[in-house]
Ligand binder design. Structure first.
Ligand SMILES: NC(=O)c1ccc[n+]([C@@H]2O[C@H](COP(=O)([O-])OP(=O)(O)OC[C@H]3O[C@@H](n4cnc5c(N)ncnc54)[C@H](OP(=O)(O)O)[C@@H]3O)[C@@H](O)[C@H]2O)c1
Length: 288
């Protein structure tokens, strides 16, 4: 019997759903997150039926809202006193025009960086109740291909384009994961690891509904037949959630179950700290 509890964000489709199914098959208690109640309920029932695991629960939150992230963490903590694996999977690329959340945050940064940052901060106390707590943040190879941060304009008020915003947010997600991992080590907390992963190019709903502009829309359509299946895309995440081989490995970036290099362009302790501070500042009122 497996008594481990996993929370997976963005598990109503694509990679997140495939991770949820794989872990439900391994008898985890699986809490799936979605933003649409009806869709999330349907997926929850589908996972129970296909895996025979009744320990599948759900939670609804729109991750564009930091208040929703906070409510989600509170709801989870009211029901569960321990969290073994947190998979911050929800994310995506936005459209060709810059958009902000009702809270005034650029949407790519909101979903790919600030939501996972805040959710992790708010759930750290119950991750500490696990003797093998694992945080898995889903990043992307796009951090190498498309990131071009301006540290005076992290929210891209100038020079926004969807690929740049996405590459930046996924690069910053790697940095805050490294930073958290380092902080946990400095605090002597050995029971929690935090790593990032690139799932590969995967045929999901990713980018399908974003109006990236005619050229990018065309390229995405053309390349789709070459992509991995969601199950293949889920593989390294499931590996990081379950394997004994990564028990004590933290602060690393994984591709195809192997540690991989992160781009060093733009990196310094100072830039990593600047991004950490940006996250702290923008989530301040929701952490207290
Ligand atoms: N697919 C790829 O090629 C690829 C490559 C590298 C990295 N990734 C990363 O992998 C992760 C999973 O992506 P995917 O390919 O599985 O994409 P997907 O099929 O679009 O799934 C994204 C999930 O996130 C949820 N989501 C999106 N915006 C949300 C919001 N504002 N609030 C709450 N939930 C929200 C979606 O909910 P709905 O079902 O309601 O839309 C869905 O469950 C993402 O972080 C993505 O950046 C993907």
């Amino acid at each position: 019997m497996n008594d481990k509890i996993v929370l997976i964000t963005g598990a109503t489709g694509g990679i997140g759903k495939a991770v949820a199914i794989a872990l439900a098959k391994q008898d985890f208690t699986v809490v799936i997150h979605g933003r649409n109640r009806q869709k999330t309920e349907q997926v929850c029932e589908e996972i129970k039926a296909t895996t025979g695991n009744d320990k599948v629960d759900m939670i609804v939150a729109n991750l564009f809202s930091l208040q929703d992230v906070r409510n989600m963490a509170n709801t989870f903590k009211q029901k569960y006193k321990r969290l073994d694996v947190l998979v911050n999977n929800a994310g995506g690329i936005m459209g060709k025009d810059r958009e902000t959340t009702p809270g005034g945050i650029e949407k790519t940064m909101a979903i790919n960086l600030l939501a996972p940052f805040l959710l992790t901060e708010l759930l750290l106390d119950i991750l500490k109740n696990s003797n093998d707590g694992r945080i898995i943040n889903v990043s992307s190879n796009s951090h190498k291909l498309n990131a071009k941060p301006d540290f005076d304009d992290l929210s891209l008020e100038k020079g926004y384009n969807p690929l740049r915003a996405y590459g930046n947010a996924k690069l910053f997600l790697i940095w805050i994961t490294q930073h958290l991992s380092q902080t946990l080590k400095q605090q002597g907390i050995k029971s929690i690891t935090a790593n990032t992963v690139h799932p590969g190019a995967v045929a999901t709903n990713f980018g399908v509904e974003s109006n990236l502009g005619a050229v990018l829309n065309f390229i995405a359509k053309l390349a789709r037949p070459l992509f991995k299946t969601p199950e293949q895309g889920a593989d390294t995440i499931v590996y990081l959630a379950t394997s004994g081989e990564v028990n004590n490995i933290s602060g690393k970036y994984f591709v195809n179950r192997k540690q991989a290099s992160v781009t060093e362009t733009y990196y310094s302790e100072k830039t990593e700290k600047a991004v950490w501070n940006y996250c702290m500042e923008n989530t301040k009122v929701f952490r207290s």
